[in-house]
Design a protein around this ligand. Structure first.
Ligand SMILES: Cc1cc2nc3c(=O)[nH]c(=O)nc-3n(C[C@H](O)[C@H](O)[C@H](O)COP(=O)(O)O)c2cc1C
Length: 311
């Protein structure tokens, strides 16, 4: 490290000889409004982070707190896995109408080499919408159930076409369906066990969804927009706070499946992070805390159709 670099680093560190600045009245007031449990959690976060990064910012605060801690010795969950019952990994909507998806899937016969080369983010679409068979193939191949196994003391625990931490499948897929043959327009939930879509709210959601997005008009025109949400209750019991990181990794893994399967089906597809979280939560009717949005993904036919192409 050069002298200049040393200065640059030490400039950012607090001078130990200086008295600590007084806690601002605003911070003091906010801390006093917290419960004892919240104060303890905040204090631990601050302590752990300040020890490691004295000049921390908000990202360092969260990141440091969610690192695996070698001093943590409570492995009771792992010791009790033989008796603990795993969570349900599919949500129930008992009063909602369910539309079974066809199981005569389209072949996905492109080579992995071709798919990786052709995959790209595109959001212009042809006018014809999607067939039910294409939507069905897309959902099943990317995130459907491939078999059930005995796991977490559940006899028929589904195993899906995308990996997830502990196989706990915290990511759910909601679908804003604008143009799919045989399905009314509306907001749906993908039930992978039934391989069906569940109608949560019927109607044209195009402009409602666009209002949830940031400078992203293409959601108006996309025949289908998937909304990925993370369900913390499926993973927190096993991985604690650190599961907050895993659910985002699971979203990323699933996203690549969606990209590759969409590419194999000759669709134009695009991931989309430019959304207002709480407006999406309101659209879905989820609390935004135990279940929250992690990414959007749009899909539709290429403008000029044809064989597997780059168009
Ligand atoms: C997590 C994630 C979020 C993204 N969000 C957006 C987005 O909000 N808007 C957009 O137009 N593209 C978005 N993209 C697409 C990227 O811009 C695109 O993947 C990148 O430019 C590389 O291009 P390629 O996918 O064609 O290889 C996103 C991609 C990922 C993986």
């Amino acid at each position: 490290m050069t002298a200049v670099e040393v200065c640059a680093v030490t400039d950012q560190l607090p001078d130990p000889a200086m008295p600590a600045p007084a806690v601002s009245a605003e911070l003091q007031q906010r801390i006093e409004q917290l419960s004892p449990g919240q104060q303890a959690a905040l204090s631990e976060m601050l302590q752990r982070t300040a020890e490691r990064y004295p000049d921390f910012d908000s990202v360092a605060l969260i990141h440091q707190y969610l690192k695996a801690d070698p001093d943590y010795t409570d492995f009771s969950v792992y010791e009790n896995l033989g008796t603990l019952k795993g969570p349900k990994v599919v949500k129930d909507f008992p009063d909602a109408q369910m539309f079974a998806l066809p199981r005569d899937f389209q072949p996905l016969d492109a080579s992995l080499e071709d798919l990786l080369a052709l995959r790209s983010s595109r959001y212009n679409y042809g006018p014809e919408g999607l067939t039910l068979q294409t939507l069905s193939t897309f959902l099943h191949a990317a995130y459907g159930v491939k078999r059930s196994i005995q796991a977490y003391n559940i006899k028929e625990f589904p195993v899906r076409n995308a990996p997830s931490a502990g196989g706990l499948q915290p990511v759910d897929l909601y679908l804003v369906i604008n143009q799919v043959e045989g399905l009314p327009k509306g907001l749906y939930y993908y039930n992978p066990v039934e391989h069906a879509v569940v109608l949560l709210d019927e109607g044209n959601m195009r402009s409602a969804l666009m209002r949830c997005c940031i400078f992203t008009e293409f959601v108006l025109y996309a025949p289908v927009v998937c909304i990925m949400t993370c369900n913390m209750d499926r993973v927190r019991w096993k991985y604690g706070d650190r599961s907050y990181r895993f659910v985002h990794v699971d979203t990323g893994v699933l996203t690549q499946n969606l990209y590759l399967v969409g590419t194999a089906l000759n669709l134009n597809v695009c991931a989309l992070a430019a959304y207002y979280d709480d407006q999406i939560h309101e659209l879905l009717g989820v609390d935004g805390r135990e279940e929250f949005v992690s990414l959007l993904f749009s899909l539709g036919p290429k403008p000029f159709g044809g064989a597997l192409t780059e168009a």
